[in-house]
Design a protein around this ligand. Structure first.
Ligand code: IVH
Length: 739
């Protein structure tokens, strides 16, 4: 490949990998399966080694994780949490051993399952658990101590003796597969959203915020937390280890009451290792947790130290990844669903089949071109793949099994939910969209669900089920909401009659009872009046029916949501490309929706974190009549679209101590959240910027600062530590010049 082409591909891959990581770590979304993700990273690594000059300091191949979300306090790990390099074949495994051999004084290897869970760092001081943190970016993780305390498998106090003053113990938190399935079944029965796989479920549960949840939800969250399990597989900081090998360390950890893998085994040579890999591969689904490979570690600690680590992964350990498993099943149908943005996505309805330990009944086919490219016909036997935790994928047909009764899929010309003609949004687009944005029930439902989501207004009672019930009741009813405009004006009388039919989360079909009768749920209505029905918010139900807690809670939550910060409302408006990052930037720049409405596209585009595409999208959104109606109607219901604390910061821009300075703040700064630090920079007249370039005036690097600090140093941009931040705000660049 030519240098230029390599450069373009590297930047493309970097962007993809970072986007997948961000989605996974910050939003718990799995946008690609492991194999796909690994392939992207592998391609990036290979290009970087062919063209070392193009390898960036902040390439995702050099750092693990994706930083931390803002939901939890940051915790800096005493020692870095590394990732692992992967090998995918016995040959690559042998090559790894050959690289280790010249350095190693001992060639004993410890093998154990690679658990598909959530990495956790447990800090024990004099035998007491003092903190538990997720991996985060490897340097700083999220403080999840509170939730982790509910895990029975993690001792609050170590047993045995010889506990160091401080020791960090690393492990993997996971859901036993059976518990995971039970949990998903009961979620599905309650009509709630199910978890895609045990890893997502573990990550979602460990990182669950209890505050603001109803008592019942807290109880069910606690039950979920208690069902989590852990296996420990290493240590971080341990100033004076009293053992010489990994296997002795496991014995010691076991004696302290910590669960180490019951499958760990030590081998003297590569043949033993390969035998272990094959053996475990055959019974991988008999384990009570999901695994996606084997971790092979040099047993001797002296050799581990000699080998050391790269910036991303230790050289003394490697992960052998099992190939994704494949099975065949029958493709019953291809059905099209329409999402929040109107995109029409065909998906495969399959005969249920177990692959990689869990049941698969549907798989996305992305768009009509993908269906063609895969060459599948309805009625075909098809090959399905699902590696470990993965989103299922249809690979292609088993042509030999065709009987002649199969038929070709035809992309519908009209929206399956509202009948509007499907069309590409612009010329050259492959995806077809339903143009009826305003009133297509599928789009309205999707947008309302989005409003309630974590990254938007975070309204617990406004999830998939209530969005469905409010927008798509049973046929004889008119929907309570035909758009989002009416959301904040809902009353009990609007909710009370709602009845809807739940759908099967796997097939998307309406659920029926065992007798074949349609199931109808009335989520906001409770039968049997215990209290005086009229006393409930002045609502007069019948003698036997009162509003459910769900209804009262939803109304309370909607009322409370009106006070939420402006950026959350901006996300809730469903403006294309406006996610939390752009919304925060807009809110902190303008302080009100009105300010944004009055700005020109150019003014919007200039804001750090916005840019021309988003600016254009905002301006187009604002120009639509029914969008304006949403704003007006929410305003009438008490949404202010103003951040009350906000004050114009331009006042100091010409005269403040940081006037004209472009300031990058990275890592954690004591006493400031990231937003507060940026706000403080603005108040001092400076401009907070997110990436370091030669135009950057100064970088403030708190603990956990990674590549940005390194980049600043290489460019000769002055770097201050967090203790100097206050002084920078008051004295400006004199701090740098003086130091
Ligand atoms: S050793 C410094 N052992 O896999 C070595 N990791 O893909 C890193 N993992 O970050 C940890 N099972 O969270 C090790 N038996 C095991 C593991 C394991 C799962 C996770 C771990 C690591 C990730 C890398």
């Amino acid at each position: 490949m030519e240098q230029e082409a390599a450069k373009a591909r590297i930047s493309e891959l970097t962007e993809q990998v970072l986007a997948l990581r961000e989605a996974y770590y910050a939003r718990d979304e799995l946008l690609a399966d492991d194999a796909e993700y690994d392939a992207l990273v592998a391609e990036l690594e290979s290009l970087e080694s062919q063209f070392p000059a193009l390898a960036k300091d902040d390439s995702p191949t050099r750092f693990v994780g994706a930083g931390t979300s803002t939901l939890f306090d940051p915790v800096r790990h005493a020692e870095r949490m590394y990732s692992l390099d992967n090998v995918f074949s016995h040959d690559e495994m042998r090559q790894w051993v050959d690289r280790v051999r010249p350095v190693a004084s001992s060639m004993r290897f410890l093998c154990e399952p690679k658990i598909d869970g959530l990495a956790i760092n447990l800090r024990y001081q004099s035998g007491r658990l003092v903190s538990a943190a997720t991996r985060g970016d490897g340097i700083t993780g999220e403080d999840v101590t509170e939730n982790i305390q509910h895990l029975g498998a993690i001792p609050a106090e170590l047993s045995g003796s010889g506990h160091p003053d401080v020791v960090e113990i690393r492990g993997e938190v996971f859901f036993p597969i059976e518990v995971f399935h039970e949990m998903n079944n009961s979620l599905a029965e309650a009509g709630e959203k199910v978890f895609a796989n045990p890893r997502n479920a573990a990550s979602g549960t460990v990182r669950l915020k209890m505050e603001g949840r109803s008592e019942a939800k807290q109880q069910s969250a606690l039950r979920r937390m208690r069902a989590l399990n852990v296996v420990v597989h290493g240590i971080g900081a341990w100033p004076a280890p009293s053992v010489d090998t990994q296997s002795e360390m496991y014995e010691l950890l076991r004696s302290w009451g910590l669960p180490v893998s019951e499958y760990a085994e030590v081998f003297d040579d590569i043949d033993g290792v390969i035998g272990y890999i094959s053996g475990l591969g055959e019974r991988r689904h008999d384990l009570d947790y999901e695994i996606d490979g084997v971790v092979i570690k040099v047993d001797s600690w002296a050799t581990q130290r000699e080998l050391g680590a790269t910036s991303r992964a230790p050289r003394w350990a490697v992960a052998y990844k099992y190939p994704p498993e494949q099975v065949t099943t029958v493709l019953r149908d291809i059905v099209v669903s329409v999402g929040r943005t109107g995109r029409a996505t065909p998906y495969a309805v399959l005969d249920p089949v177990t692959v990689a330990g869990s049941e698969v009944e549907r798989a996305t086919l992305h768009n009509q071109d993908v269906v063609k490219a895969k060459g599948v016909l309805i009625g075909d036997h098809v090959v399905i793949r699902k590696a470990g935790d993965v989103i299922p994928e249809v690979l292609g047909p088993v042509v030999e099994k065709r009987t002649g009764t199969e038929r070709e899929f035809e992309m519908p010309r009209t929206c399956p939910e509202c009948g509007a003609s499907l069309a590409p949004q612009k010329e050259g687009d492959i995806d077809l969209r339903c143009p009826n944005q305003k009133s297509c029930p599928a789009q309205v439902r999707g947008r309302i669900e989005h409003i309630g989501s974590r990254g938007a207004l975070d309204i617990e009672g406004l999830g998939e089920v209530s969005a469905l019930a409010l927008t798509q009741p049973i046929e004889s009813q008119t929907p309570t909401l035909t758009g989002e405009a009416g959301l904040f004006g809902l009353t009990l009388a609007d909710l009370f009659p709602v009845a809807y039919q739940p759908r099967d989360p796997d097939t998307g079909e309406l659920r029926v009872s065992d007798e074949g009768e349609p199931i109808v749920l009335t989520p906001f209505k409770r039968r049997r009046a215990k209290d005086d029905p009229e006393s409930v918010l002045g609502f007069a139900g019948t003698d036997t029916e009162v509003p459910s807690k769900a209804a009262l809670e939803l109304l309370e939550q909607l009322e409370a949501a009106k006070q939420k910060p402006l950026w959350r409302f901006l996300v809730s408006l469903n403006i294309r490309h406006v996610g939390p990052v752009a919304a925060r930037a807009l809110a902190s720049h303008f302080g009100s929706l009105e300010g944004i409405q009055q700005a020109t596209v150019e003014q919007l585009a200039e804001i750090d974190g916005v840019g021309p595409t988003i600016a254009q999208s905002i301006s187009e959104w604002l120009a639509v009549d029914w969008h304006q109606e949403i704003i007006t109607s929410w305003r009438d219901s008490g949404v202010s679209f103003v951040d009350p604390e906000w004050s114009p910061r331009t006042a100091d821009a010409d005269s403040g101590p940081l006037s004209g300075a472009k300031v990058v703040v990275t890592g954690t700064i004591d006493g400031f959240s990231r937003d507060e630090a940026e706000e403080a920079v603005r108040r001092a007249g400076g401009q907070p910027v997110s990436s370091v370039s030669k135009n950057t005036t100064v970088v403030v690097a708190g603990p956990g600062a990674g590549s940005k600090q390194a980049k600043a140093e290489s460019l000769g941009v002055p770097v201050l530590d967090q203790a100097q931040f206050g002084e920078l705000l008051s004295r400006g660049m004199a701090v740098v010049e003086g130091s």
